[in-house]
Design a protein around this ligand. Structure first.
Ligand SMILES: *[C@@H]1O[C@H](CO)[C@@H](O)[C@H](O)[C@H]1NC(C)=O
Ligand SMILES: *[C@@H]1O[C@H](CO)[C@@H](O)[C@H](O)[C@H]1NC(C)=O
Ligand SMILES: *[C@@H]1O[C@H](CO)[C@@H](O)[C@H](O)[C@H]1NC(C)=O
Ligand SMILES: *[C@@H]1O[C@H](CO)[C@@H](O)[C@H](O)[C@H]1NC(C)=O
Length: 283
Protein backbone atom coordinates (compact mmCIF):
# COMPACT_ATOMS: atom_id res chain seq x y z
CA UNK A 1 0.00 0.00 0.00
CA UNK A 2 1.37 3.41 -0.95
CA UNK A 3 0.41 6.80 0.35
CA UNK A 4 2.11 10.04 1.07
CA UNK A 5 2.77 11.17 4.59
CA UNK A 6 4.08 14.56 3.69
CA UNK A 7 0.97 16.39 4.82
CA UNK A 8 1.15 14.86 8.29
CA UNK A 9 4.74 15.98 8.41
CA UNK A 10 3.68 19.45 7.54
CA UNK A 11 0.85 19.40 10.06
CA UNK A 12 3.02 18.44 12.98
CA UNK A 13 5.70 20.90 11.97
CA UNK A 14 2.95 23.50 12.29
CA UNK A 15 2.11 22.25 15.78
CA UNK A 16 5.74 22.50 16.72
CA UNK A 17 5.85 26.05 15.50
CA UNK A 18 2.66 26.92 17.32
CA UNK A 19 4.06 25.40 20.49
CA UNK A 20 7.32 27.24 20.14
CA UNK A 21 6.21 30.68 19.11
CA UNK A 22 4.50 32.07 22.20
CA UNK A 23 7.22 30.79 24.50
CA UNK A 24 10.38 32.51 25.49
CA UNK A 25 12.87 29.75 24.82
CA UNK A 26 16.55 29.89 25.68
CA UNK A 27 19.18 30.84 23.16
CA UNK A 28 21.91 28.18 22.90
CA UNK A 29 24.49 30.55 24.36
CA UNK A 30 22.55 30.96 27.57
CA UNK A 31 22.81 28.50 30.39
CA UNK A 32 20.44 27.97 33.30
CA UNK A 33 18.99 25.38 35.62
CA UNK A 34 15.69 23.64 34.99
CA UNK A 35 12.92 26.03 35.98
CA UNK A 36 9.33 25.37 36.96
CA UNK A 37 8.16 26.29 33.46
CA UNK A 38 10.37 23.61 31.93
CA UNK A 39 9.51 19.95 31.50
CA UNK A 40 12.29 17.47 32.10
CA UNK A 41 12.44 13.81 31.23
CA UNK A 42 15.28 11.63 32.49
CA UNK A 43 15.43 8.26 30.82
CA UNK A 44 15.89 5.04 32.77
CA UNK A 45 19.62 4.59 32.66
CA UNK A 46 22.01 1.71 32.12
CA UNK A 47 24.97 1.65 34.51
CA UNK A 48 28.14 -0.36 34.77
CA UNK A 49 31.18 -0.73 36.97
CA UNK A 50 33.84 1.92 36.42
CA UNK A 51 36.72 0.01 34.81
CA UNK A 52 39.25 2.46 36.22
CA UNK A 53 37.78 2.64 39.72
CA UNK A 54 36.50 -0.74 40.89
CA UNK A 55 33.41 -0.64 43.06
CA UNK A 56 32.28 2.69 41.61
CA UNK A 57 29.42 3.02 39.16
CA UNK A 58 29.19 4.86 35.86
CA UNK A 59 25.71 5.69 34.66
CA UNK A 60 24.85 6.69 31.11
CA UNK A 61 22.48 9.50 31.96
CA UNK A 62 20.19 11.03 29.32
CA UNK A 63 17.79 13.94 29.83
CA UNK A 64 15.46 15.96 27.64
CA UNK A 65 14.43 19.47 28.74
CA UNK A 66 11.60 21.18 26.90
CA UNK A 67 8.71 23.59 26.92
CA UNK A 68 5.67 22.16 28.74
CA UNK A 69 3.48 19.70 26.91
CA UNK A 70 0.44 21.22 25.25
CA UNK A 71 -2.65 19.35 24.15
CA UNK A 72 -2.61 18.63 20.45
CA UNK A 73 -6.17 17.27 20.52
CA UNK A 74 -7.56 20.38 18.75
CA UNK A 75 -5.01 19.90 16.01
CA UNK A 76 -5.90 16.20 15.65
CA UNK A 77 -9.58 17.12 15.51
CA UNK A 78 -8.91 19.47 12.63
CA UNK A 79 -7.01 16.88 10.57
CA UNK A 80 -9.08 13.83 11.59
CA UNK A 81 -11.44 13.65 8.64
CA UNK A 82 -8.61 14.43 6.25
CA UNK A 83 -6.57 11.48 7.59
CA UNK A 84 -9.63 9.28 7.39
CA UNK A 85 -10.40 10.17 3.78
CA UNK A 86 -6.85 10.12 2.46
CA UNK A 87 -4.99 7.29 4.18
CA UNK A 88 -7.90 5.51 5.88
CA UNK A 89 -6.60 6.24 9.37
CA UNK A 90 -9.70 6.74 11.49
CA UNK A 91 -8.50 8.45 14.65
CA UNK A 92 -12.04 8.40 16.04
CA UNK A 93 -13.59 10.92 18.35
CA UNK A 94 -11.70 10.26 21.58
CA UNK A 95 -8.52 12.13 20.79
CA UNK A 96 -6.96 11.96 24.24
CA UNK A 97 -5.07 8.74 23.51
CA UNK A 98 -3.39 9.79 20.22
CA UNK A 99 -2.82 13.25 21.73
CA UNK A 100 -0.99 11.78 24.71
CA UNK A 101 1.09 9.46 22.51
CA UNK A 102 2.13 12.45 20.40
CA UNK A 103 2.51 14.92 23.27
CA UNK A 104 6.32 15.06 23.26
CA UNK A 105 6.31 15.83 19.53
CA UNK A 106 4.65 19.13 20.37
CA UNK A 107 7.33 20.21 22.82
CA UNK A 108 10.30 22.36 21.98
CA UNK A 109 13.69 21.18 23.27
CA UNK A 110 15.56 23.81 25.29
CA UNK A 111 19.32 24.10 25.07
CA UNK A 112 21.77 25.19 27.75
CA UNK A 113 19.84 23.54 30.60
CA UNK A 114 21.71 21.97 33.52
CA UNK A 115 20.08 18.82 34.87
CA UNK A 116 21.23 17.56 38.28
CA UNK A 117 20.17 14.27 39.79
CA UNK A 118 20.47 12.30 42.99
CA UNK A 119 20.50 8.53 42.83
CA UNK A 120 19.55 6.82 46.06
CA UNK A 121 22.23 4.57 47.46
CA UNK A 122 25.01 6.14 45.38
CA UNK A 123 27.44 8.61 46.88
CA UNK A 124 27.51 11.53 44.47
CA UNK A 125 25.06 14.02 43.08
CA UNK A 126 25.57 14.23 39.31
CA UNK A 127 25.10 17.12 36.90
CA UNK A 128 24.85 16.53 33.18
CA UNK A 129 26.58 18.75 30.67
CA UNK A 130 24.09 21.44 29.53
CA UNK A 131 21.49 20.28 27.03
CA UNK A 132 22.43 20.75 23.40
CA UNK A 133 20.25 22.23 20.65
CA UNK A 134 17.19 20.04 20.66
CA UNK A 135 17.08 19.87 24.44
CA UNK A 136 19.00 16.60 24.84
CA UNK A 137 21.97 15.80 27.06
CA UNK A 138 23.61 12.40 27.29
CA UNK A 139 26.76 11.60 29.20
CA UNK A 140 28.51 8.90 31.20
CA UNK A 141 28.82 10.09 34.78
CA UNK A 142 30.49 8.63 37.79
CA UNK A 143 28.01 8.57 40.66
CA UNK A 144 29.92 6.80 43.41
CA UNK A 145 29.41 3.28 44.68
CA UNK A 146 25.84 2.17 44.00
CA UNK A 147 25.82 -1.59 44.51
CA UNK A 148 24.31 -4.05 42.08
CA UNK A 149 20.53 -3.66 42.27
CA UNK A 150 18.39 -1.21 40.36
CA UNK A 151 17.80 2.03 42.20
CA UNK A 152 15.73 5.20 41.91
CA UNK A 153 17.11 8.55 40.81
CA UNK A 154 15.36 11.89 41.22
CA UNK A 155 15.89 15.21 39.47
CA UNK A 156 16.91 18.12 41.70
CA UNK A 157 14.35 20.87 41.18
CA UNK A 158 13.56 24.13 42.88
CA UNK A 159 9.83 23.31 42.75
CA UNK A 160 7.95 20.37 44.28
CA UNK A 161 7.66 18.09 41.24
CA UNK A 162 8.89 14.52 41.70
CA UNK A 163 10.61 13.51 38.48
CA UNK A 164 12.31 10.17 38.79
CA UNK A 165 13.98 7.44 36.79
CA UNK A 166 15.49 4.03 37.41
CA UNK A 167 19.18 3.19 37.21
CA UNK A 168 19.84 -0.39 36.08
CA UNK A 169 23.38 -1.52 36.88
CA UNK A 170 24.77 -4.39 34.81
CA UNK A 171 27.15 -6.62 36.70
CA UNK A 172 30.50 -7.22 35.06
CA UNK A 173 29.82 -10.96 34.81
CA UNK A 174 26.65 -12.90 34.01
CA UNK A 175 24.27 -12.40 31.13
CA UNK A 176 22.60 -9.44 29.51
CA UNK A 177 19.69 -9.58 27.09
CA UNK A 178 19.52 -6.96 24.35
CA UNK A 179 16.14 -6.94 22.70
CA UNK A 180 14.45 -5.09 19.88
CA UNK A 181 10.97 -3.80 20.71
CA UNK A 182 9.04 -3.51 17.48
CA UNK A 183 7.57 -6.83 16.37
CA UNK A 184 9.86 -8.61 18.82
CA UNK A 185 8.21 -7.83 22.15
CA UNK A 186 5.43 -5.53 20.90
CA UNK A 187 3.20 -5.88 17.86
CA UNK A 188 4.02 -2.78 15.80
CA UNK A 189 3.34 -3.84 12.19
CA UNK A 190 6.57 -2.20 11.05
CA UNK A 191 6.04 -3.45 7.50
CA UNK A 192 2.65 -1.81 7.03
CA UNK A 193 2.60 1.93 7.66
CA UNK A 194 -1.12 2.26 8.18
CA UNK A 195 -1.15 -0.57 10.72
CA UNK A 196 2.03 0.89 12.26
CA UNK A 197 0.33 4.27 12.65
CA UNK A 198 -2.70 2.60 14.26
CA UNK A 199 -0.60 0.49 16.63
CA UNK A 200 1.49 3.52 17.58
CA UNK A 201 -1.23 6.13 17.97
CA UNK A 202 -4.54 4.42 18.58
CA UNK A 203 -4.35 0.86 19.86
CA UNK A 204 -3.57 -0.50 23.27
CA UNK A 205 -0.11 -1.98 22.84
CA UNK A 206 -0.17 -5.73 22.27
CA UNK A 207 2.72 -8.03 23.21
CA UNK A 208 4.00 -10.48 20.62
CA UNK A 209 2.42 -13.84 21.47
CA UNK A 210 4.24 -15.71 24.26
CA UNK A 211 7.05 -13.18 24.57
CA UNK A 212 6.21 -11.99 28.12
CA UNK A 213 6.40 -15.65 29.23
CA UNK A 214 9.62 -16.17 27.27
CA UNK A 215 11.26 -13.14 28.90
CA UNK A 216 10.06 -14.16 32.37
CA UNK A 217 11.59 -17.58 31.77
CA UNK A 218 14.85 -15.98 30.55
CA UNK A 219 14.93 -13.76 33.61
CA UNK A 220 14.78 -16.89 35.79
CA UNK A 221 17.02 -19.25 33.85
CA UNK A 222 19.76 -16.64 33.28
CA UNK A 223 19.61 -15.56 36.93
CA UNK A 224 18.27 -12.00 36.52
CA UNK A 225 20.22 -10.78 33.49
CA UNK A 226 20.03 -7.06 32.72
CA UNK A 227 17.54 -6.51 29.90
CA UNK A 228 18.18 -3.60 27.53
CA UNK A 229 15.64 -2.63 24.90
CA UNK A 230 16.47 -0.91 21.63
CA UNK A 231 14.14 0.49 19.03
CA UNK A 232 14.31 2.68 15.97
CA UNK A 233 11.42 4.72 17.40
CA UNK A 234 12.05 8.37 18.18
CA UNK A 235 12.54 9.23 21.85
CA UNK A 236 9.21 11.07 21.84
CA UNK A 237 7.55 7.65 22.14
CA UNK A 238 9.52 6.82 25.29
CA UNK A 239 6.70 7.32 27.85
CA UNK A 240 4.42 5.03 25.84
CA UNK A 241 7.05 2.29 25.39
CA UNK A 242 8.29 2.54 28.97
CA UNK A 243 4.76 2.02 30.32
CA UNK A 244 4.32 -0.95 28.04
CA UNK A 245 7.57 -2.66 29.09
CA UNK A 246 7.00 -1.89 32.78
CA UNK A 247 3.54 -3.41 32.80
CA UNK A 248 3.80 -6.22 30.23
CA UNK A 249 7.42 -7.26 30.83
CA UNK A 250 7.56 -6.58 34.57
CA UNK A 251 10.04 -9.44 35.12
CA UNK A 252 12.32 -8.11 32.40
CA UNK A 253 12.53 -4.37 32.99
CA UNK A 254 15.45 -2.40 31.63
CA UNK A 255 16.51 0.83 29.99
CA UNK A 256 15.09 1.63 26.56
CA UNK A 257 17.38 3.08 23.90
CA UNK A 258 15.59 5.08 21.25
CA UNK A 259 16.56 7.24 18.31
CA UNK A 260 17.85 10.65 19.14
CA UNK A 261 15.60 12.49 16.71
CA UNK A 262 15.06 16.13 17.40
CA UNK A 263 12.70 16.66 14.50
CA UNK A 264 8.94 16.63 14.89
CA UNK A 265 8.48 14.90 11.57
CA UNK A 266 5.79 12.25 11.89
CA UNK A 267 7.17 10.42 8.88
CA UNK A 268 10.27 9.74 11.05
CA UNK A 269 7.95 8.27 13.62
CA UNK A 270 6.56 5.93 10.98
CA UNK A 271 9.90 5.07 9.39
CA UNK A 272 11.44 3.10 12.23
CA UNK A 273 10.72 -0.25 10.59
CA UNK A 274 13.30 -2.89 11.41
CA UNK A 275 15.98 -0.41 12.38
CA UNK A 276 17.80 -2.67 14.77
CA UNK A 277 18.66 -6.01 16.10
CA UNK A 278 16.50 -9.00 16.86
CA UNK A 279 16.61 -10.40 20.36
CA UNK A 280 20.14 -11.50 21.17
CA UNK A 281 22.16 -12.63 24.14
CA UNK A 282 25.55 -11.40 25.18
CA UNK A 283 27.94 -11.48 28.10
C1 LIG B 1 -14.10 7.51 8.27
O1 LIG B 1 -14.44 7.05 6.97
C2 LIG B 1 -15.42 6.02 6.97
C3 LIG B 1 -15.65 5.62 5.53
O2 LIG B 1 -14.45 5.46 4.85
C4 LIG B 1 -16.71 6.50 7.61
O3 LIG B 1 -17.62 5.43 7.68
C5 LIG B 1 -16.41 7.00 9.01
O4 LIG B 1 -17.59 7.57 9.57
C6 LIG B 1 -15.32 8.06 8.97
N1 LIG B 1 -15.01 8.44 10.35
C7 LIG B 1 -14.75 9.69 10.69
C8 LIG B 1 -14.40 9.92 12.13
O5 LIG B 1 -14.78 10.64 9.91
C1 LIG C 1 21.86 13.04 20.86
O1 LIG C 1 21.78 14.46 20.77
C2 LIG C 1 22.60 15.14 21.68
C3 LIG C 1 22.28 16.60 21.52
O2 LIG C 1 22.32 16.99 20.19
C4 LIG C 1 24.05 14.82 21.43
O3 LIG C 1 24.86 15.47 22.40
C5 LIG C 1 24.26 13.30 21.55
O4 LIG C 1 25.58 12.96 21.21
C6 LIG C 1 23.29 12.55 20.63
N1 LIG C 1 23.39 11.15 20.94
C7 LIG C 1 23.44 10.21 20.00
C8 LIG C 1 23.52 8.81 20.50
O5 LIG C 1 23.42 10.47 18.81
C1 LIG D 1 29.33 5.34 28.02
O1 LIG D 1 30.29 4.29 28.16
C2 LIG D 1 30.01 3.14 27.39
C3 LIG D 1 31.03 2.08 27.74
O2 LIG D 1 32.33 2.58 27.60
C4 LIG D 1 30.02 3.50 25.92
O3 LIG D 1 29.69 2.35 25.14
C5 LIG D 1 29.01 4.60 25.66
O4 LIG D 1 29.06 5.01 24.31
C6 LIG D 1 29.27 5.79 26.57
N1 LIG D 1 28.19 6.75 26.40
C7 LIG D 1 28.40 8.05 26.17
C8 LIG D 1 27.19 8.90 26.05
O5 LIG D 1 29.52 8.52 26.06
C1 LIG E 1 8.14 8.64 40.53
O1 LIG E 1 7.41 9.60 39.77
C2 LIG E 1 6.05 9.24 39.55
C3 LIG E 1 5.42 10.34 38.71
O2 LIG E 1 6.06 10.43 37.50
C4 LIG E 1 5.31 9.12 40.86
O3 LIG E 1 4.00 8.68 40.60
C5 LIG E 1 6.02 8.10 41.74
O4 LIG E 1 5.40 8.09 43.00
C6 LIG E 1 7.48 8.47 41.89
N1 LIG E 1 8.13 7.39 42.61
C7 LIG E 1 8.81 7.61 43.73
C8 LIG E 1 9.35 6.38 44.39
O5 LIG E 1 9.01 8.70 44.19
Amino acid sequence: MHFSLSFITFGLAAVQLAAALPRDYQQPSRRSSVGELNDVLVFDAPAFEDPTNTGNTIVQLQAYVSTPQISIAPFLASVGSFLNETIGLNIGSDLSLPASRLALFATFGLSGKDVSVDVSGCGNEATLQPTADGGMAIQNLSIGACGSSSTLGTVDLSDSRNINFTVFPSSSDGFGVISDIDDTVKVSHTLDKLQLAKATLLDNPVPVTNMPAVYSALAKSLNSPQFIYVSGSPFQLYPFLRDFIATTYADAKGPIMLQNLTTTDLSDLLNFAGACCRCSLSY
